[in-house]
Structures are given as structure tokens and as C-alpha cells.
Design a protein around this ligand. Structure first.
Ligand SMILES: C[S@@+](CC[C@H](N)C(=O)[O-])C[C@H]1O[C@@H](n2cnc3c(N)ncnc32)[C@H](O)[C@@H]1O
Length: 253
């Protein structure tokens, strides 16, 4: 499933117990700093500043971790107003959302912040571990504790299988699969997305995931895609475009 399976490691450093248990949990090998120096490419997971981060072996500079930043003034206003194109696409009657392609969790968080009940599904165990670390830290933020809020639940595995056996059918299933870049080496591609692509590949089964989502959802499927991409399943019932991305909505018939 992983595009570069075998090229992601867990750093074996002073947190060796934590490292060993993560390596077992993810089924990926441990590596020491000395061994890393002999490698030309790949990624490693390590804890820095109390967060789990993914490092590119080539640069080793700043790792990527799952972060949820909100501005101070916003904190008092939870849930955030359901405004903007994403909220329009999710629909007024929607209360529950399964984000079937959670990745770095930014969309899950955005949807959660607007007061929807969210379940996040991610098939890459590595991404799910990073997400779990991010959601755990989110729960320790003051505003989450004051409002007694729990982070979205994470389900690790292929959403095509998970959705078919899901206990609570959601009003909306949200999909943000990987789309090929417009140009081969797009200067606009953001680093987290570039790293994600290197780790998980191109999501070639996105049409199967869409078909499954439409079968399972109670009301609608929302597909996020770059503005230049063709809709995933022909003309959508509704479409809401932002500056760079578009949310295509398909209703359950
Ligand atoms: C473009 S990223 C999503 C980014 C995410 N929306 C965010 O805000 O960070 C796509 C993610 O969906 C995951 N994914 C793709 N197909 C999946 C499937 N069938 N089941 C579970 N996860 C899937 C990939 O592993 C990848 O992490």
C-alpha cells in the first residue's frame, strides 16, 4: 500500500522504548542516526519538542507533524460559524461527517471546528500515527478542555472496507483523495502534500472509494479537488469553488 514501503523508519534514539513500540505498532524498522547517514533517501519518524514528526532523510531539518493552529480570538467562538464554501458543500442538515481520507487532518479539524461530529479514516499507518499524536495534543489545549471536547475518532484502514461495516451511517462522507499535479514539478505544491505523496502514493482507487461512499452515506458525498481537475464521477449535483479548490457534492439518490 505504501509507495515507498521500506523507506520509512523509526529513529532509535534516547526514547528507545517509545521508538521500539512505535516500530512494532507500524511494522517498520528502527534506524540509528549513524545508519541514517548512509542512506540517500527515505523518511524517519522521531519525537521532537513533544510531538511525533516525519523527517526527510535528505534534509533532516524540520520534521512535519500534525498541527492544529487557531487564532486566539477564534477560540471563544466554538463552534466556528458554518460559513464558506466547505460548509455550503457539507449542507445545512448535515450533523455527522466521515472524513474518509484524513491525511494531515487539516480538513477533519476544519469540519470539527464548525461543530460537526467527525470520524477520520486514514489507511496509512504512518499518517494515522502522526494524526493520533496531533489529535492527542489537540485535546490537551485549553479551549478543548474548557469546552470538554474530544478530538475526532481515528479509524485506521482502507475506508472502502471500513465504510462498508460502519456502525453509525454518517450524513456526509468527505473525500479529499490525491490528484495528479497540474504540472510535473509544480512550485505551488506544498511540502506536506509532497511528502504525503512520497509516502502514500497517488490514491489510484479513488473512484472505487467514491462509489463505496455514495452507497454508504445517508445523504451526500463531498469531493474536494483542485480547480483544474475533472469531477470524480461526472457532473456533480452541486459545486462550490474556492480560489484553488472545489467541493463537488453528490447526493444520495
Ligand atoms: C490528499 S490527502 C488528504 C489530506 C487531508 N484532507 C488534509 O486536510 O490533510 C489523502 C489521504 O487520504 C488517504 N487515503 C486515500 N485513499 C484512502 C482510502 N481508501 N482509505 C483510507 N485513507 C485513504 C491517503 O493515505 C492520504 O493520507
Amino acid at each position: 500500500m505504501l509507495k515507498n514501503d521500506g523507506k520509512v523508519f523509526v529513529l532509535y534514539d534516547e526514547n528507545f522504548q517509545q521508538a521500539e513500540s512505535l516500530s512494532k505498532q507500524l511494522g517498520i524498522p528502527l534506524i540509528t542516526l549513524n545508519e541514517i547517514d548512509d542512506l540517500k533517501e527515505g523518511f524517519f519518524l522521531a519525537w521532537r519538542d513533544n510531538r511525533l514528526a516525519l523527517f526527510d532523510i535528505k534534509s533532516q531539518k524540520k520534521g512535519l507533524s500534525v498541527e492544529f493552529d487557531i487564532r486566539c480570538r477564534e477560540q471563544a467562538s466554538w463552534p466556528a460559524p458554518k460559513t464558506g464554501v466547505l460548509a455550503q458543500a457539507l449542507g445545512k442538515k448535515t450533523k455527522t461527517v466521515v472524513d474518509a481520507t484524513a491525511g494531515w487532518g487539516q480538513d477533519s479539524f476544519h469540519i470539527f471546528r464548525m461543530g460537526y461530529q467527525v470520524v477520520s479514516v486514514e489507511r496509512s499507518k504512518i499518517m494515522a500515527a502522526l494524526l493520533n499524536d496531533g489529535f492527542t495534543r489537540l485535546e490537551s489545549q485549553n479551549w478543548m478542555q474548557q469546552l470538554n471536547l474530544k478530538s475526532p475518532k481515528i479509524m485506521t484502514g482502507n475506508a472502502i472496507e471500513i465504510l462498508q461495516n460502519i456502525e453509525h451511517i454518517p450524513d456526509c462522507i468527505y473525500l479529499d483523495p490525491m490528484f495528479p499535479a497540474k504540472r510535473k514539478k509544480s512550485a505551488l505544491a506544498k511540502k506536506p502534500l509532497v511528502v504525503l505523496k512520497a509516502i502514500v502514493g497517488e490514491d489510484e482507487d479513488k473512484k472505487d472509494l467514491f462509489a463505496c461512499a455514495l452507497r454508504v452515506t445517508a445523504r451526500r458525498v463531498v469531493v474536494k479537488s483542485p480547480n483544474y481537475a475533472e469531477p470524480l464521477d461526472g457532473k456533480p449535483d452541486q459545486s462550490f469553488a474556492g480560489k484553488l479548490v472545489r467541493y463537488d457534492v453528490y447526493f444520495k439518490k
